[in-house]
Design a protein around this ligand. Sequence first.
Ligand code: G6P
Length: 442
Amino acid sequence: MTKGIKIVTIGGGSSYTPELVEGFIKRYNELPIRELWLVDIPAGEEKLNIVGALAKRMVEKAGLPIEVHLTLDRRAALKDADFVTTQFRVGLLDARAKDERIPLKYNVIGQETNGPGGLFKGLRTIPVILDICKDMEELCPNAWLVNFTNPAGMVTEAVLRYSNIKKVVGLCNVPVGIKMQIAEMFNVEADRIEVDFAGLNHMVFGLNVYLDGVSILDEVIEKMANPDNSVSMKNIAALGWEPEFLKALNAVPCPYHRYYFKTKEMLEEELEAAATKGTRAEVVKQVEKELFELYKDPELAIKPAQLEKRGGAYYSDAACNLINSIYNDKRDIQPVNTRNNGAIASIPDDSAVEVNCIITKEGPKPVSVGDLPVAVRGLVQQIKSFERVSAEAAVTGDYNTALLAMTINPLVPSDKVAKEILDEMLEAHKEYLPQFFQTVEA
Ligand code: G6P
């Protein structure tokens, strides 16, 4: 990497790209990027051109010698990359809207990464990420794959299990979001707060919280009992928690735990939203439209504040900090998705977990937490089983395995309802699920 770093971003036309570019610009002194390749598919070309032009203006304004390349040719971009970041959405927001709306017809949570929606996002995404891994093996075998594509936990699990790429890290902004909201509650700078994160992606707990190294878990739980401080993300209704539940849990739940511990209320909220303002994908479509109008402005050369309306705001901090720490062997602690290696006792060693890690030039080294509290251990294991069976279904295209994944998901009430939802969703997403529809030649 002596001549500077080559980064390839797949799904480069995403509205989140300016975040990433801003993050790289801010860290240029430590992270000398020579080339940034933004890659997309023909359906994303218009967005790629708009966001790519903004990326070029941002780099130029910063006066940095980073070459920004835009391409639809993934393989050409991947050649000799040092880091490959992935942030694509198979089927675009229309597919997400189906993931959200179809389960609601059966009174089941409709969500991007949880329940039936999470399963189908995985079924569409995993074959594509495994294809990217194959290209990487051939074209940039030493590169790191930094994946933000959802469902990030399931995708990391699939890469670990079904590809030869071992240098993979899954990233999410939930931990950084929790930490920032706790810092706000205490009115202190975020770098004075530390959280012991452990669990799975979108199923992570803060087992302890420290301010300047001293535990403040009790105070955090006290504050979180106030509905104004319940800790959420832009994409999840911030319904408050029962104070006594939080006290007994004695850990900080993540915003997504509402789907499991407040299923009824979240379902009611989703049904109401679907009938009025629209599902999250439908709302996000509007936000994206506005963002791309802003991005088109040739005078704009910074990341617009409106991007913070997206649930994934501050992704760049997680992504750029990770890449920076790998590149510079920083050995700082960051919560990422990686191979468990015994860090969480009741999860298999070879499964992906989201846990605090020491980030070295050889990648993340998970910090051992012993085990999760008994009250949540079973749920976390169940979601891990769901992720594994879903990944298997995505790879094999086997109907029965997909039905098994859907049925064991805690948000789905029965095998019968699972089958009804599965059939409707398979049909709705047919175009993006060739593995389920190809007939085998005799
Ligand atoms: C959260 C999650 C991300 C997800 C995002 C969706 O921040 O951590 O994994 O991509 O929300 O946000 P959106 O604005 O697309 O609803």
